[in-house]
Design a binder for this molecule. Structure first.
Ligand code: SF4
Ligand code: SF4
Length: 274
């Protein structure tokens, strides 16, 4: 089965035309570091990439720092403080190409569960000295603050997709990312549908492909960490999940985990009957 792919138009750094290695910076905001670790996990492939880029700022990997501007910035994490908001604007001004990596950076992440809730109440329960904790009331994606050239989804990102992006950058060819659902990846790899065969709740039908249907291949439902596909039919999936026995609260919890805000934007809650 063929995936539908969208071609991502990218203005590749001029340094490549000049035969120079593009400078790469990797930045962290509110996050768990998991997406940066996906980059380090590339191991041999990373060594091949490292030989063709100038790693100028990547504190997780090296203490060496080269001042900007940078050809490419990879940004992990969400904006949760005023200082974050100021820093991402500075990074944007220093970056020719800005690529956000992971659910935190592209959708606000799990930490966006606080959005619309009593953040001061959370702060006083969690911290012994809440007055020292400076935080915004929301966790928001990078694209809510500055223009973003490309988003790589997932919690964490798929390292194959990251390498594909870096290879497209280095070889100046078009980058093509899937637009279909995780279901198409299950079919392509021959994984039996966990929802049909085992009655397991799964967000695969509305989640953007890109992970090669990782969770269903281990007999688990998809939790939607790649966020919504193009034009997802959330209402139809709500009915299917209700038929499996989930009530409205259970369906809401499933939809609002890794991509708390992203599914909310495309969801129209409907009455479900069990
Ligand atoms: S997207 Fe997931 S793996 Fe990546 S930094 Fe955020 S919480 Fe960690
Ligand atoms: S199957 Fe779903 S939850 Fe699992 S890695 Fe893929 S998108 Fe993420």
């Amino acid at each position: 089965m063929q995936h539908e792919l969208r071609t991502v138009p990218i203005d590749w750094p001029a340094s490549i035309d000049r035969g120079e290695p593009p400078s790469l910076a990797v930045w962290k905001f509110a996050s768990c570091d998991g997406c940066q670790l996906s980059l380090l996990d590339c191991e041999d492939d990373l060594m091949a990439v490292a030989g063709r880029v100038a790693i100028s700022y990547f504190p997780e990997a090296t203490t060496a720092v080269v001042q900007g501007p940078y050809d490419v910035s990879l940004v992990e994490g969400s904006i949760t403080t005023d200082h974050d908001a100021e820093r991402i604007r500075e990074i944007r001004s220093q970056s020719r190409l800005l690529v956000t990596i992971g659910a935190c950076a592209t959708a606000g992440g799990i930490q966006a569960l606080r959005n619309g809730r009593d953040v001061d109440g959370f702060r006083s329960i969690v911290y012994a000295h809440p007055a020292y904790v400076e935080t915004l009331a929301t966790s928001t994606p990078i694209a809510a603050h500055v223009p973003v050239d490309l988003e790589l989804r997932g919690c964490p990102i798929d390292r194959g997709q990251l390498l594909q992006t870096l290879a497209a950058l280095l070889n100046r060819h078009a980058l093509r990312l899937p637009t279909t659902s995780v279901c198409t990846e299950c079919k392509a790899r021959g994984t039996t549908c966990v929802m049909v065969a085992h009655g397991t709740a799964c967000l695969g039908p509305i989640t953007q492909a890109g992970c090669n249907a990782l969770c269903p291949s281990f007999h688990r439902g998809c939790y939607g960490c790649f966020g919504p596909m193009e034009s997802p039919n959330v209402a139809a999936l709500r009915h299917q999940l209700a038929a499996l026995g989930l009530d409205s609260d259970g369906i809401d919890r499933l939809l609002h985990t890794f991509n708390t805000t992203a599914f909310a934007l495309v969801d129209t809650p409907v009455e479900v009957s069990r």
